[in-house]
Design a protein around this ligand. Sequence first.
Ligand SMILES: [Zn+2]
Length: 269
Amino acid sequence: MPYTAVFPGLALVVGLILGSFYNVCIHRTLTGESVYNPPRSKCPHCGHFLSWWENIPLLSYALLLGRCRSCREKISWRYPLVEFLGAASAFGLGLSYGPDPAWAVAMVFTGLAIVVGFIALARQPMPKRPLWIALPGALVLGPLVMGLPLTSSLAGAGLGVGILGIVKLLVLRLNSAKNFGIGEILLAGMSGALCGIEGLPIGLVSALLIQLCAAGFMFLQKKKEPNKLKILLELTGPALCAGLVLALIFGPMAASVNVLTSMQIPIFH
Ligand SMILES: [Zn+2]
């Protein structure tokens, strides 16, 4: 079996383990603890240190039936969801890039998107400091490792910053938009720098679809929610994070379809 056929499976296992680490980063950032200290994970309710078998991604949640072994408090749904997303995205990126440095770079930015997205879901405004570092990083790695022309990376970053900047100007006067802004703009710029001007629309359209689905869901709910607009605006960051991951996974596939259409194969006409 060629190595490239095995790679997505290996990527999935790496993604599961990283998913566990993303959970630590999300939880400890929200509680203000150090990511590295204490080195062992513990129950957020009773402080019980987890043994190795209580710390196996996804499997432990199922074995423990979603409750802490010591205090029987419910374990947040966020833990298995983040582990699942870590594994699924690593598998998808493994299929798209194969064993290539571009996979490693896509994994780093996917991990950042998952961590920052879930922090923003729990607490606004979204964290800006890692994005200030990631945006120039994406401008270097987009052309250097992801194979983008420098112009595509620069134009993508400019378009992302421009579009979200215009959205910010439009919602500036709204009272519910006080948390909306710099983080979302940096995130869109980073997505454009990494996926290029061709890949960025996948991320932006996906983010918009996620927000439209959320708006539809809120509209259908019987309970009256007075802060609908505020909730939707606060969802922009997490939706952009999801969009970035989808653009990284599906961008190369979309590019290969473009190559096929440019070769004028009859099936695409
Ligand atoms: Zn506990």
